[in-house]
Ligand binder design. Structure first.
Ligand SMILES: C[S@@+](CC[C@H](N)C(=O)[O-])C[C@H]1O[C@@H](n2cnc3c(N)ncnc32)[C@H](O)[C@@H]1O
Length: 213
């Protein structure tokens, strides 16, 4: 769903930073070869992620849901010089394209790819984080939040993607529509949880920024 007209989207994109060459190539290859390319953050949201990361200057970043690695590379742009990124994805068919583009980037030695279920991998990471991007299966968003909150450094930022779920959060969901029901509960929790301060930005499919108090 487009929340703003395609013309306005184009205008916004044209008046934001250009997409870096490496990311444009990854964007192209994802659309040519990988299933469900709309999962990739894309030019405008990618520049938003890059800008947020540059403002935060995180030393440690965790991404839940790598897909082809587009957002990983956007978040890496703001990372401190000796920083590190852990990124998790359950789909092993994506590992080679992720590695190809991570290796072509300036951060190839700072990115750790983790293959498997994020719910199993997160407890094994043994780190604390300045920036976390939650962008995997929506059904588990509440579990991801509960798992990562104790791992967040004070003042750390949790970004959550797709929280507007193509506008479905305004409808009365079918009880069997787990993703929509979870996202409704998730958005309410982020607003009410006194451990975080939250703003929901209507960017693309909805991107929440939560600062850990
Ligand atoms: C929306 S895509 C991520 C897009 C990427 N962050 C970007 O912006 O370019 C979601 C990804 O989450 C992965 N995923 C789904 N369930 C998962 C799980 N339980 N653990 C880890 N990854 C999962 C999928 O394989 C998919 O690649």
């Amino acid at each position: 769903m487009h929340f703003i007209s395609p013309e306005l989207e184009l205008y916004v994109e044209r008046h934001s930073e250009n997409e870096p060459t490496l990311l444009a190539a990854l964007h192209r290859e994802t659309y040519q070869k990988i299933m469900q390319p709309r999962m990739l953050s894309g030019h405008f949201q990618g520049r938003v992620l890059s800008m947020l990361s540059k403002l935060i200057r995180p030393a440690t970043i965790l991404e839940i849901g790598t897909y082809t690695g587009y957002a990983t590379l956007c978040l890496a742009e703001g990372m401190q010089e000796n920083g590190s990124i852990d990124t998790i994805d359950i789909n092993e068919e994506l590992s080679s394209i992720q590695k190809k583009y991570f290796d072509l980037s300036p951060w190839k030695d700072q990115i750790s790819q983790h293959l498997g279920d994020a719910l199993e991998i997160i407890p094994t990471l043994g780190k604390t984080y300045d920036l976390v991007f939650i962008d995997a299966d929506k059904d588990n968003y509440l579990r991801y939040f509960d798992m990562i909150l104790p791992l967040m450094n004070k003042g750390g930022i949790i970004l959550s993607d797709n929280v507007l779920w193509s506008g479905k959060i305004l409808e009365t969901p079918d009880p069997r529509d787990l993703s929509t029901n979870v996202l409704l509960e998730y958005n309410k929790k982020l607003k009410e949880d006194p451990r975080v301060e939250t703003v929901l930005l209507p960017i693309r499919d909805g991107l929440t920024v939560s600062r850990v108090l």
